[in-house]
Design a protein around this ligand. Structure first.
Ligand code: ATP
Ligand code: MG
Length: 307
């Protein structure tokens, strides 16, 4: 295994008693990338993350972080020094301010990081002296990210960093994560939000019940498993489609769906309809939701997997 991989996991198995939570998983994370572990509740994401963070022991398999085997207890400290961790359902001290919470963790790590600068970097400047318990959900999560940065880690683990946040707070957190990537950090994200994985990740590993479903860049997965790109036409009489040798279907809403291959093909089809008034045109490209549906026959929702 080479050094350019921040993480290397080989045939990882984790059993809790007789229950197998992680069932033979292998993957590598390159330095500098945002890598997402995507899966529904109970898929095994936190278990995998906590093993890589040296918090849990694997039942079987090999895990290396920065080329160091996590079973090598003497060298584990070299891993811990270089990683930052924001656990799932993170919580700080309610009755300490943002600054006091950060100073607490700074002392634990004997870090030289400037707390003021850190507060600025994560966009909590206006809240330096606010008690943790008075922060909004998004601000609390961002303080969690700030705490994980206190030891200036190369590799950051964020376990469901936007769970329960509203769309704006989620977007703010995404921007912060992108900024951290630009600073050269490797980011290991776990999420059950499709959109989050698609927006942020260089690579995604989809898991269900402790097993890999597939992996790849968002674009590759969508290209490979997303299905058809469609032009959707509303208020379009079927007679307009005759004489153009178009493949099309009418969906249950009465909309015309025309599949297209690439931009050239798309423009050629759209040209047919340029002069026709009242037609409403929508271009629909598949996203990760379709990838997941096509691979598993199920949709991943906040309530879990649904058929
Ligand atoms: N300490 C434990 N003892 C027994 N079973 C456990 C333990 N920790 C986790 N599990 C089980 O292992 C499976 C994987 O759990 P894990 O927390 O890794 O999933 P997850 O993908 O992080 O889920 P979520 O999206 O809900 O956070 C679940 O079925 C869970 O109940
Ligand atoms: Mg979890």
């Amino acid at each position: 295994m080479t050094e350019k991989f921040a993480i290397s996991v080989k045939s990882l198995i984790k059993q809790y008693g007789k229950f197998t939570a992680v069932d033979g998983i292998s993957f590598k994370v390159k330095s500098g990338e945002i890598f997402s572990l995507l899966g529904p509740n109970g898929a095994g994401k936190t278990t995998i993350v906590e093993i890589i963070e040296c918090l849990k022991k694997p039942t079987k398999g090999e895990v290396e972080v920065f080329g160091i085997n996590i079973r090598d207890l003497k060298k584990q400290i070299n891993i811990k020094r270089k990683i930052g961790v924001m656990p799932q359902n993170f919580n700080a001290f309610d009755w300490l301010t943002v600054k006091e919470n950060l100073e607490y963790f700074k002392n634990i790590y004997s870090s030289n990081k400037s707390v003021v600068k850190l507060i600025e970097d994560i966009g909590l400047d206006g809240k330096t002296d606010a008690l943790y318990k008075t922060l909004s959900g998004g601000m609390k999560q961002r303080l969690g990210i700030a705490i994980s940065l206190i030891n200036e880690p190369e590799l950051l683990f964020l376990d469901e960093p936007t769970a329960g946040l509203d769309p704006q707070a989620r977007r703010d957190t995404w921007n912060l994560i992108r900024k951290l990537k630009e600073q050269g950090k490797t980011i290991f994200l776990t999420t059950h939000y499709m959109e989050e994985a698609q927006e942020l990740s260089d690579r995604i590993l989809i898991i269900i019940n402790g097993k890999i479903v597939t992996d790849g860049s968002p674009n590759k997965l969508i290209e490979e498993f997303g299905g058809k790109k469609l032009i959707i036409l509303r208020n379009c009489k079927e007679s307009l489609l005759e004489n153009h040798s178009l493949k099309y279907e009418i969906n249950f809403k009465g909309e015309v769906q025309i599949p297209f291959e690439n931009n050239e093909h798309l423009f050629k089809i759209l040209n047919i309809f340029t002069d026709i008034p009242d037609i409403e045109i929508e271009i629909k490209k598949p996203d990760l939701n379709e990838v997941f549906l096509n691979l598993t026959g199920k949709r991943m929702t906040a309530e879990g997997l649904v058929k």
